[in-house]
Design a protein around this ligand. Structure first.
Ligand SMILES: C[S@@+](CC[C@H](N)C(=O)[O-])C[C@H]1O[C@@H](n2cnc3c(N)ncnc32)[C@H](O)[C@@H]1O
Length: 371
């Protein structure tokens, strides 16, 4: 087993230079669908001189930019001219440079560059992980996080025969679950410290829904099983070692609804005592936009074209896990192996696209601090 399996922060980052946002239309769709929840939350947030917002695990900021633009526009249209501070948080390895350029309208979607379009809007960045407290006590009016808190703070083990906890054995699964439970409590306690009384934390997290569905597993092929199968194929071909197979372990846990709700259910839990109340908790399925496009254009779009659209969206967030699994290899070798890995998936989907997609399954939570 690789001895530094706990040190996994570097294996988390999304592909940089705007690739993440450009290739993850589904993540943006999921965020846009939650705008109403955020609008409703805003109505009851107590009046404060400054409105402080935060986007936890924002990546390059592109996927949530339109949502924040709409929210700020709504605030200004209501005649509310309060100063707005928005803190984008992610890991230190995140491509903050792209984020800041995007916010200043230096990239394609300049029409949503709210920092330039509206006055008194101040954009900041924070490169410390969301398991820690990131802002001063009682300062945050509205926290938001999308598709980020399934990342656990450390990998509790490497998975021997799969790449993801959804395919791990029972004892490995339990270790991930214990880590995720601990992390969820830490995340909530730190958000509670940051939030003002009456503040809200809206988060949409990857998870497992009532029907047992999760990202890339909504009825057809199971994406993570395909990752594991293709990575194993490279081992069988002698292209990677057995240790490199094992090293590719996602630092993620998909919580169930029960796991998400648990800290709120006991009035004596540290989370309840900190003032946090779960106002609503629902699951949401977002169709894979690449699948939808293919289904709508089957007459003109080849299955290969579909595969070449679909696999990059998977690659945008998974690539670093496979790259970092490789030991003592030069960059060219790493790139060749990882290209080959994703090419296997492209080939499979090109040959028969039926049942291949990356539908999103989220758990949406609206959390309020009441003390
Ligand atoms: C799949 S992306 C989601 C980005 C964006 N929120 C969206 O919905 O499109 C997950 C993001 O969470 C970030 N992340 C993972 N662990 C984190 C942590 N402990 N603290 C802050 N960000 C983290 C990753 O670096 C990545 O940018």
């Amino acid at each position: 087993m690789k001895d530094n399996y706990l040190n996994t922060q570097s294996s988390l980052s999304m592909k940089g230079s705007g690739y993440y946002s450009a290739k993850t239309a589904g993540a943006k769709n999921a965020i846009d669908k939650t705008q109403k929840v955020i609008e409703n939350a805003l109505k009851t947030i107590e009046s404060k001189e400054i409105l402080k917002f935060a986007d936890f695990g924002s990546a390059d900021g592109g996927t949530s930019q339109e949502m924040w633009f709409n929210i700020i526009k709504l605030i200004r249209e209501r005649g509310d001219e309060r100063q707005i501070e928005i803190l984008y948080t992610d890991l230190a390895s995140n491509d903050f440079s792209t984020l800041f350029k995007t916010m200043q309208g230096m990239h394609e979607n300049s029409k949503f560059a709210f920092q330039k379009i509206f006055s008194n809007v101040y954009v900041h960045g924070c490169g410390t992980g969301f398991h820690k407290q990131l802002m001063a006590n009682n300062s945050l009016s509205l926290g938001f996080s999308a598709t980020a808190m399934h990342y656990v703070s450390e990998r509790p083990c490497l998975i021997e025969n799969h790449v993801h906890m959804t395919g791990a054995n029972e004892s490995e699964k339990q270790l991930f679950k214990d880590q995720a439970n601990k992390d969820w409590e830490t995340i909530l306690i730190n958000r509670s410290k940051e939030m003002v009384n009456g503040g809200r934390f809206i988060c949409i997290n990857f998870g497992i829904d009532e029907k047992g569905r999760y990202l890339g597993n909504t009825g057809g092929h199971v994406m993570f099983n395909n990752f594991a199968k293709n990575w194993k194929h490279l081992e069988d071909q002698g292209l990677i070692t057995h240790q490199e197979f094992i090293n590719a372990t996602f630092t993620q846990h998909y919580r169930t609804l029960e796991e998400f709700k648990k800290p709120f259910e006991n009035k004596d839990s540290v989370v309840s005592k900190s003032g946090l109340v779960l106002k609503s908790c629902e699951t949401m399925l977002t169709d894979c936009p690449y699948k939808m496009k293919y289904l709508e254009n089957k007459d003109t779009m080849s299955s290969e074209e579909y595969a070449r659209n679909l696999i990059p969206t998977m690659r945008s967030w998974s690539e670093t896990v496979f790259k970092n699994a490789l030991i003592d290899r030069n960059q060219n070798e790493i790139n060749e192996i990882v290209d080959k890995f994703y090419d296997l998936y492209i080939e499979e989907v090109s040959n028969n696209p039926d049942g291949h997609a990356m539908d999103y399954v989220h758990v949406i939570m609206d959390i309020e601090k009441i003390i």
